[in-house]
Design a protein around this ligand. Structure first.
Ligand code: DOR
Length: 438
C-alpha cells in the first residue's frame, strides 16, 4: 500500500535539534530526501504549512491486553489510540492471558499484531521462576520483563534467590517493575481502614520502590547485565541512580509520575491508582530534574487500561493502571510550550532514546535512509482531552479536560498515512520491530 509522499513546508526537527523549514520526501517507506522545493511527480503531496514534523514516538512500556483481556483493550483499539497520539511503535508487556512466557505465546502475539496493529510492535517475554530457557531463546523479543512486585500470578518473581539466576545467564535486556513485594504485603496488614484510594501510595511506599531498585542495580552490576528500570516513581530512586547508575543501566518515567501526584486522588479517586503509585508533588519536581539532567533516559506511558466499571470498585478491589498512549506526547509538548523543556528534549526522551536503549535500528530520528515513521503536529492550537474523542477501549483518561497542544494532524507509519487530519485510516498495518544485541 506504500505510495511516495512529499511533505511540503514543514518545520522539521533535525537530529541535531535544529528546526529546518522545508520538505521531506518518502519513498518505499523510507525517508528519501530532506531539502527545499523537492519535486516528485509520482508522490502524494501533503501541505504541512504551520505544522511541525517530528519522528514518531516509540512507547517502550504498554499493556494492550490481547490476548485474553480484550474487554479492556485490544491490539486494534490500542494501536488506533497510538496513531491518534503520535505513537508509531510500541513495546508491549507480558501480563496478558495467557501470559507471554514461551516462544509459542510470543509468536501468537506477533501474529495477532500483524493482523490488527496500525503501528509497529515489539513484545517482552515475561520471567517466571521456571522459564529461564524460554527467556534466553525467545526471538524477536525486546527484552525480559521481571515483575519484582505485582499481582500477575506466575509473573511475580520477587525474591533475590529467584531473580539472580535471570541476571546471571544470558545477555538480553532485563526490564524490571521495581517494588518490594514482601514489604508491600507487610505494610498492607498495618493499615486498619484502607477504603480511601490515597492509602495506595502509603502501602506501596517510596521505600518499597527504592528497595527493589537497589536489588536490581546490585544484580545488574554484579553480572554487568543490561538493566532498564521501568516507570521510576520516586525522588529517592532518582538520587540513588544518580550515584549508582552504570553505562548498562537505564530508566524511564511516565508522564503521570511527572504531572500527577497524590493530590489527584481527591480529583479522580481510583482513576489515579497505578503501580508504582503516584507520589507527592515534591517527587514530581525531583523526577523532572532527573529527566532534564539525564539521570532518567526516556519516557514511557505504562498504558494500562481498565474499564470504568472495574475502576468504580472500592479500593482495594479497584485495579491499578491508567491509559496513556493518546495523551503522552501532547502532555510533553504542552510542557515544552510552557518552557519546562525544549522540543529537542521531548523528541530525545520519546523517540531517539527509546530506539537507542532497545537497539531498534533506523528509527527515532528524522534522517535520510531511516524508516518513515513520522508525525506532523500542530503546536499552535490547544484542545481539551475529551472522552468522546478517545480511541482506547476503556474510554477514559486521567487527563480529561486538560487543554493540550501538539495534536497530531498526520501520523505516518513506514510511509503509510495512518492518521490524516485527525481521521484514522484503519487499513494501515505496522511491522514487527527488530532489536540489535544489547
Ligand atoms: O498500574 C499498573 N497496572 N502497573 C503495572 O505495572 C501493571 C498495570 C496493569 O497491567 O494493569
Amino acid at each position: 500500500m506504500t505510495s511516495n509522499l512529499l511533505i511540503r513546508n514543514a518545520e522539521i526537527l533535525l537530529p541535531n535539534g535544529d528546526l529546518f523549514l522545508g520538505d521531506l520526501s518518502i519513498k518505499e517507506g523510507k525517508i528519501a530526501e530532506i531539502g527545499t522545493q523537492l519535486q516528485d511527480d509520482s508522490a502524494q503531496i501533503i501541505d504541512a504549512t504551520g505544522l511541525t514534523l517530528l519522528p514518531g514516538v516509540i512507547d517502550p512500556q504498554v499493556h494492550f491486553r490481547e490476548p485474553g483481556l480484550e474487554y479492556k483493550e485490544d491490539l486494534f483499539t490500542a494501536s488506533c489510540a497510538c496513531a491518534k497520539g503520535g505513537v508509531t511503535s510500541f513495546l508491549e508487556m507480558p501480563n496478558t492471558k495467557p501470559l507471554t512466557t514461551t516462544q509459542e505465546r510470543l509468536d501468537e502475539k506477533l501474529h495477532l499484531a500483524s493482523q490488527k496493529c496500525l503501528v509497529n510492535y515489539g513484545f517482552f517475554m515475561g520471567a517466571t521462576a521456571e522459564n529461564l530457557d524460554d527467556l534466553r531463546n525467545a526471538n524477536p523479543a525486546c527484552g525480559i520483563k521481571i515483575f519484582m512486585g505485582s499481582n500477575h500470578g506466575a509473573l511475580l518473581v520477587s525474591t533475590e534467590a529467584e531473580i539472580e539466576p535471570i541476571f546471571a545467564k544470558g545477555s538480553r535486556l532485563i526490564a524490571v517493575h521495581a517494588e518490594d513485594q514482601a514489604r508491600i504485603v507487610e505494610r498492607k496488614k498495618q493499615f486498619k481502614d484502607i477504603s480511601n484510594p490515597a492509602i495506595h501510595s502509603e502501602i506501596q511506599d517510596e521505600t518499597a520502590a527504592l528497595n527493589a531498585t537497589k536489588l536490581a542495580v546490585k544484580l545488574s552490576n554484579k553480572y554487568q547485565r543490561r538493566l532498564h528500570i521501568l516507570h521510576l516513581s520516586t525522588g529517592i530512586e532518582a538520587e540513588y541512580l544518580r550515584e549508582h547508575k552504570t553505562p548498562w543501566i537505564s530508566t524511564e518515567v511516565t508522564p503521570q509520575h511527572l504531572l500527577l501526584n497524590t493530590d489527584d486522588y481527591d480529583r479522580i479517586g481510583t482513576l489515579a491508582q497505578m503501580n508504582p503509585p503516584l507520589r507527592s508533588k515534591q517527587n514530581n519536581e525531583i523526577l523532572w530534574k532527573a529527566l532534564l539532567d539525564g539521570v532518567i533516559d526516556c519516557i514511557a506511558t505504562d498504558h494500562a487500561p481498565h474499564t470504568l466499571e472495574e475502576k468504580a470498585k472500592p479500593y482495594p478491589h479497584s485495579p491499578s493502571g491508567m491509559p496513556g498512549v493518546e495523551t503522552s506526547l501532547l502532555l510533553m509538548l504542552t510542557e515544552y510550550k510552557k518552557g519546562r523543556c525544549t522540543l529537542a528534549q521531548v523528541v530525545k526522551w520519546m523517540c531517539s532514546n527509546p530506539a537507542k536503549l532497545y537497539n531498534i535500528p533506523n528509527k527515532g530520528e528524522i534522517k535520510v535512509g531511516y524508516d518513515a515513521d513520522v508525525i506532523l503536529v500542530d503546536l499552535k492550537n490547544y484542545k481539551p482531552v475529551l472522552k468522546e474523542n478517545l480511541s482506547t477501549k476503556c474510554g477514559w483518561s486521567p487527563f480529561e479536560g486538560w487543554n493540550l497542544t501538539g495534536w497530531p494532524v498526520y501520523t505516518i507509519v513506514l510511509g503509510n498515512i495512518a492518521l490524516e487530519k485527525g481521521k484514522l485510516n484503519t487499513e494501515v498495518r505496522g511491522k514487527p520491530l527488530t532489536f540489535g544485541s544489547n
